[in-house]
Design a protein around this ligand. Structure first.
Ligand code: GLN
Length: 486
C-alpha cells in the first residue's frame, strides 16, 4: 500500500518504529496531491516547502522520541481555521490575501501533537452551503463520481480524505457541514458536543451552532483526532471545562447494554429508497453487535430547517459585519466616502449565498420583525431540545440517515437554494441542540455513491458514538474500500 493511503493508526506505527520517515510520508501525500488534485480540487492553499519543513521537524522529534500522538501525520485543515503564516480565505474573495498572525487553538493543538499541516481545504464561502459550490476558488469534486458534489460546507476536507490527499482533516459543522460531506464522500466525520472543541481562531459563521471536528478514514483515527483537539480553552468563553478522556478506549467490540432509538421522523417522505435500505441494514448490524433498538419520536424535527435558516443567518449577519474593507482583506479603492467604500468592498468581496444570508439575517433581526422571526425560531429551538431530552430518556443514541439522498450531480441545485436548504433537514436539529453527531459509512447506492449512517447522542456522549460507529465499521468492513481515481 502506498503511504498516502494509510490511516493515522497505520502510519503512526510505521513512523514511530522509524520504518518510514515523516518526510517520506509528507512527500507521498504531496505526490498524490500532484496526481489527483487537478481532478478533485480539494485544496485552496498548499505550501510544499512549509509542509516539508514541518515534516523535517517531526522527524527530529521521532528520532528523540519526543513526538506527540500525531507526530509526522499529514493533516488538512478547513480554510475557516486561522493558520499562522498561511493564507486563510474562508472560501471568500473578501479574504483572498488574509494571512492570520496566529493559529486557531485546534491548529495549535494539532501542531503540539506533531501533525504536519499540509494545506487549507476547500469550503463553501464562510461555511454557507451544502455542496461546496459556493466557493470563490472552484468546486471540489466527489472522488467516487467526479461529476457529483462532495457535499458541504467542509467539502474539501471530506474529498481530501476520501481521495487520499491527506491522512485526516478538520472541518466545521454549523448545520451538518462535517457529517453531510463525510456521508457523501464515504469517510468518518464527527461533530462534537458544542463547547467540547475550542472555537478560538475558527472564523465565526453562527456562533451558537459552530463546532470543529475531525474527518477521517476510519473510526479509530477519529478517536485519535478527538484526543488531540478536545479540551477547555480560556480563549473561548463557550468552551466546556471538561476532562478529555482517551477516546480510543471507547472502541470496544460489542454494543451490549446499549439502546439505540430510531427516530421515525427521520424516515419520512422524500427519503431516497437506496439511502433507507443502507441505513436500515446499518441498524440491523448495530443490533447484531448487541444493541437493542426502539422506535422514538422527535416531533419538532420538521421545523428545524425553518428555525435554522433564521437563527444561522441572523448570527451570520452580525458576525460578518467585521468584513468591512477596513480591517481585513479586500478594499475597494475607488470609493469617495466611507459608506461607499463599505458598500463596494462588501458587494465585490462576498458571493451571492453570503449576501442572501446577510440580507435574511438582517431582516430577521430588524425592529418590528424580531419577535415574528428570530424569537419564534428560538422558541422552536427550545422545543427541539425538549424532543431530544425526551428521546434520550429512553435510549443512549439515535441512528438515522445523515442526508435524504446520496450526493447530487454538480450544478443540480445551484439555482435553487431552498432545495439545498431542505437537504439539511436531518443534520440541523443536532446543531440547534448542541449535541454530538457522527456520520459513518454504511453502504453505497447502485451508482456507486457512498451513504452514511448518522449517530447522535446526548451532550458529551462522544465515547458512545465512537463505540457504536466502531462496531458498525468492523462488521460492515467498508473502510478499506477506496474510490478509483487513476
Ligand atoms: N448547509 C448548511 C448551511 O448552508 C450548514 C452549513 C454548515 O454546517 N456550516 O448553512
Amino acid at each position: 500500500m502506498e503511504l498516502y493511503a494509510s490511516s493515522i493508526t497505520d502510519l503512526q506505527k510505521r513512523l514511530h518504529s522509524r520504518e518510514v520517515s515523516a518526510v517520506e510520508a509528507a512527500t507521498s501525500v504531496l505526490d498524490r496531491i500532484a496526481q489527483v488534485e487537478e481532478t478533485i480540487n480539494a485544496y485552496i492553499t498548499l505550501d510544499r516547502d512549509q509542509t516539508l519543513t514541518q515534516a523535517e521537524a517531526a522527524d527530529r522529534q521521532l528520532a528523540d522520541h519526543s513526538g506527540g500522538a500525531l507526530c509526522g501525520i499529514p493533516i488538512a485543515v478547513k480554510d475557516v481555521l486561522c493558520t499562522e503564516g498561511m493564507r486563510t480565505t474562508c472560501g471568500s474573495k473578501i479574504l483572498n490575501s488574509f494571512i492570520p498572525p496566529y493559529d486557531a487553538t485546534v491548529v495549535e493543538k494539532l501542531k503540539t501533537a506533531g501533525a504536519v499541516i499540509i494545506g487549507k481545504a476547500s469550503m463553501d464561502e464562510f461555511a454557507m452551503g451544502s455542496a461546496n459550490e459556493n466557493c470563490a476558488y472552484g468546486t471540489p469534486k466527489n472522488p467516487w463520481a467526479t461529476n457529483h458534489i462532495c457535499g458541504g460546507s467542509s467539502g474539501g476536507s471530506a474529498a481530501a480524505v476520501a481521495a487520499d490527499e491527506c491522512i485526516a482533516s478538520l472541518g466545521s459543522d454549523t448545520g451538518g457541514s462535517i457529517r453531510q460531506p463525510a456521508s457523501h464522500c464515504g469517510v468518518v466525520g464527527l461533530k462534537p458536543t458544542y463547547g467540547r472543541v475550542s472555537r478560538f481562531g475558527l472564523v465565526a459563521f453562527a456562533s451558537s451552532l459552530d463546532q470543529v471536528g475531525p474527518l477521517t478514514k476510519n473510526v479509530s483515527d477519529c478517536a485519535i483526532m478527538m484526543n488531540a483537539i478536545c479540551g477547555h480553552d480560556p480563549r473561548d468563553s463557550t468552551s466546556l471545562k471538561q476532562e478529555v478522556p482517551d477516546f480510543t478506549t471507547a472502541l470496544k467490540n460489542d454494543l451490549k447494554g446499549m439502546t439505540i432509538g430510531i427516530p421515525e421522523e427521520y424516515f419520512a417522505e422524500g427519503l431516497d429508497p437506496e439511502v433507507e435500505k443502507a441505513v436500515r441494514n446499518g441498524i440491523t448490524t448495530l443490533e447484531e453487535a448487541g444493541a437493542k433498538t426502539i422506535s422514538v419520536s422527535l416531533p419538532h424535527t420538521k421545523y428545524g430547517v425553518a428555525a435554522y435558516y433564521l437563527i444561522a443567518p441572523a448570527e451570520a449577519s452580525s458576525n460578518l459585519a467585521r468584513f468591512d474593507g477596513v480591517r481585513y482583506g479586500l478594499r475597494d479603492t475607488s470609493a469617495d466616502t466611507l459608506q461607499e467604500m463599505y458598500c463596494k468592498s462588501r458587494s465585490q468581496g462576498f458571493g451571492d449565498e453570503v449576501k442572501r444570508r446577510i440580507i435574511i439575517g438582517t431582516y430577521a433581526l430588524s425592529s418590528g420583525y424580531y419577535d415574528a422571526y428570530y424569537k419564534k425560531a428560538s422558541q422552536v429551538r427550545t422545543l427541539i431540545i425538549e424532543d431530544y431530552k425526551n428521546a434520550f430518556g429512553q435510549c443512549d443514541l439515535l441512528a438515522s440517515p445523515v442526508t435524504p439522498t446520496p450526493a447530487w450531480a454538480l450544478g443540480a441545485k445551484s439555482d435553487d437554494p431552498l432545495s439545498a436548504y431542505l437537504s439539511d433537514a436531518l443534520t440541523i436539529p443536532n446543531n440547534l441542540a448542541g449535541l454530538p453527531g457522527m456520520s459513518v459509512p454504511c453502504g453505497f447506492s447502485a451508482a456507486g455513491l457512498p451513504i452514511g449512517l448518522q449517530l447522535q447522542g446526548p451532550h458529551l456522549a462522544e465515547e458512545k458514538l465512537l463505540r457504536a460507529a466502531f462496531n458498525l465499521e468492523q462488521r460492515l468492513g467498508l473502510s478499506e474500500r477506496k474510490p478509483n481515481l487513476t
